[in-house]
Write a protein that binds this ligand. Structure first.
Ligand code: UGA
Length: 443
């Protein structure tokens, strides 16, 4: 199969590289010449484990190439994927579809022979209809079908998620387009990854429903964590206790500082907006958005409480800045609200992140950056674990304690055992666990 992938961002680049690895001929197209030039030299625009070597292998084998111009690649393609950004529109939170619409217009002018146009970007219900209308209006005689094929990959685990998906959702009513999509994903079908063929609007909504449900699950356990702190219970044990019920499941029940990233915050807002526009407000989703927003700032207050009620003049060390580990992505990261809250309280904030400092620097102008966890903690009045990078899971607590002025450890990801932290002389605060309660494993 010959595939054109429009957009070499997270989804486009990972999908393009993985589809090439399946054996397809893939051209990734991006308007940004600097990005394409870097990719041609083997430099990745994002940090994603395994991506650089996957891209290099497939470029070497001649199955993957990069362009700034889409005409030639689209004309020769069996399937054209639209994987451009759909940021939140300023003001109303609705997904900004201008990049998708631009791509549709450009694709229309380049189509040649029957082509399947696939929206891979997360797009609101009805966008497929709009893309179809734009292409039809631009080139009335074009032979094409528009399919929705949402992507469910996670940053940091993107390649594994693409190659071993729980399911593939294909939204189309056109049997010819369905056959092309089955061929695109045939290598996965042999691995028994289920392909769910639905109507186009259903596929579009499925993507938002999945992200909203996961965001709600996280928010549920986060609120439960606050209650655990109030009543003296342990949220990790509660999560395990409910998660072992197969109907609930153990995943996405890790209490923390609130969800961030480029997907959950944007998609929950856009879904709530779509629902309002249809006169069907989703009250649960709206509440999830509000609770999560408040939570990020509340984490700064939690740190202030752990420091005895004031951080004025104190130095607070933040370990981890990205919205989650194994990415350099700072979008909607809880660290941003936490740093701001601490600075508003008069603290000096110092931070370290294994991959995110370059992205974080312009977003956190008043924060100073350290070279590693221990130099970050030097002379600090509290260390706050914001992102659970592996590098922070087995810190030398003795060395950390010695580096600090006051041994306060606020562990917003519950990666340390409170009892062990206490043994090392830390005043320890996790999330949803009263200090000193160690998590016991089940027998
Ligand atoms: C999310 C979804 O998990 C993917 O399935 C989806 O394809 C993607 O959005 C998307 O729409 O493109 P991602 O944003 O990369 O993926 O990251 P997640 O691993 O889902 O984490 C999102 C946020 O939730 C992070 O801030 C993370 O720290 C937080 N989280 C996650 C928790 O606080 N607790 C958990 O138990 C799980």
């Amino acid at each position: 199969m010959r595939i054109a992938m429009i957009g070499a961002g997270y989804v486009g680049l990972v999908s393009g590289a993985c589809l090439a690895d399946f054996g397809h001929d893939v051209v990734c197209i991006d308007r940004d010449p600097a990005k394409i030039a870097a990719l041609e030299q083997g430099r990745m625009p994002i940090y994603e484990p395994g991506l650089e070597s996957l891209v290099a292998d497939n470029v070497r084998q001649g199955r993957l190439s990069f362009r700034t111009e889409l005409r030639e690649a689209v004309a020769g393609a069996d399937a054209v994927f639209i994987a451009v950004g759909t940021p939140s529109r300023r003001g109303d939170g609705f997904a900004d579809l201008s990049f998708v619409h631009d791509a549709a217009r450009e694709i229309a002018g380049a189509l040649s022979g029957y082509t399947v146009v696939v929206t891979k970007s997360t797009v609101p219900v009805g966008t497929g209809d709009e893309v179809e209308r734009i292409i039809r209006e631009t080139v009335p005689q074009a032979e094409f079908a528009v399919v929705s094929n949402p992507e469910f990959l996670r940053e940091g685990a993107a390649i594994g998620d693409f190659k071993r998906p729980d399911r593939i959702v294909v939204g189309t009513e056109d049997p010819r387009a369905e056959a092309v999509m089955r061929e695109v994903y045939r290598p996965l079908y042999l691995n028994a990854s289920p392909i769910l063929v639905t109507g186009r609007r259903t596929a579009e909504l499925t993507k938002y429903a999945a992200n909203a449900f996961l965001a709600a699950k996280i928010t549920f356990i986060n609120e439960m964590a606050d209650l655990c702190e109030a009543v003296g219970a342990d949220v990790q044990q509660v999560a395990r206790g409910i998660g072992l019920d197969g109907r609930i499941g153990t995943k996405f029940l890790h209490a923390g500082p609130g969800y961030g990233g480029s997907c959950f915050p944007k998609d929950t807002l856009a879904l709530a907006k779509t629902a309002q526009d249809h006169g069907m407000p989703l009250r649960i989703v709206e509440t999830v958005v509000a609770v999560n927003d408040q939570r990020k700032r509340a984490m700064a207050r939690k740190v202030i409480r752990a420091c005895g009620g004031s951080v004025r003049g104190k130095t607070i060390a933040l370990l981890g800045l990205t919205f989650k580990p194994d990415t350099d992505d700072m979008r909607e990261a809880p660290s941003l609200a936490i740093a701001a809250g601490l600075q508003d309280g008069g603290a000096k904030v110092r931070a370290y992140d294994p991959e995110g400092i370059e992205q974080a620097r312009p977003l956190l102008p008043a924060v100073s950056f350290a070279e590693d966890a221990y130099s970050c903690a030097e002379g600090a009045d509290a260390v706050v674990i914001v992102t659970e990078w592996n590098a922070f899971r087995a810190l030398d607590l003795k060395r950390l304690h010695m580096a600090m002025r006051t041994p306060v450890l606020v562990d917003l990801r519950n990666i340390y055992d409170p009892a062990i932290a206490a043994q090392h002389g830390f005043a320890y605060q996790g999330v949803g666990r009263s200090a000193g309660t160690a998590s016991t494993s089940e027998a």
